[in-house]
Design a protein around this ligand. Structure first.
Ligand code: NI
Length: 196
């Protein structure tokens, strides 16, 4: 089932999400719905707060990035197979030089900006069967992980922009929260006066 994606301005996007355990109700179904919602919106990642649940869960399928000809064969191979569910993720370490990548977010349609992040991230998480893993990612795979991880910490990529850019974006972000935006997928707007 395709779920409506929560738009910028909804307080659920600002919560520090809570850990879950294997007893979380209908978890398999929720994960399947989140994947369907992500694919329907042509996203490479979707975090639970974006469908209105402040829990530490996100899904990633970065395989569309594997088509980028500027990447090394190794990186293409990593991205092609980077299709995972992350439960209760915790970053242990971020390292390496900061680099810029043009990010977007399904909760903030039509806004893209260069965001600086460190190149390498090490973290723990649980998979769908609640087995615990520790992993290190770098490059674009790390970038997608870091963006989704921010969502479960209540952080959006627009928070990371220089203050001048943030000021220039303010009106546009307000408009998104009011539903004054066109997206190619179902959305839920916190400040929409009339329903549609
Ligand atoms: Ni996002």
């Amino acid at each position: 089932m395709i779920l409506p994606i929560v738009a910028y301005g909804d307080p659920v996007l600002r919560e520090v999400a809570k850990e879950i355990n294997a007893d979380y109700p209908n978890l398999k179904e929720l994960i399947a719905n989140m994947k369907e919602t992500m694919y329907n919106a042509a996203g490479v990642g979707l975090a639970a707060p974006q469908i209105g649940k402040a829990i530490r869960l996100f899904v990633i399928d970065a395989s569309p990035f594997a088509e980028d000809d500027e990447l090394s064969d190794d990186e293409k191979e990593t991205l092609k197979n980077f299709n995972k569910v992350f439960i209760n993720a915790q970053i242990l370490e971020e390292e390496g030089d900061e680099w810029a990548f043009n990010e977007g977010c399904l909760s903030i349609p039509d806004v893209r900006h260069d965001v600086y992040r460190q190149s390498k991230v090490t973290f723990t998480y649980q998979d769908e069967d609640f087995n615990t893993h520790t992993e290190t990612l770098d490059g674009l795979a790390a970038r997608v992980f870091q963006h989704e991880y921010d969502h479960i910490e209540g952080i959006l990529f627009t928070d990371k922009l220089p203050s001048l850019k943030k000021r220039l974006l303010k009106k546009k972000l307000e408009n998104i929260s009011k539903g004054k935006i066109r997206a190619d997928y179902r959305m839920r707007f916190p400040n929409l006066k009339k329903s549609r």
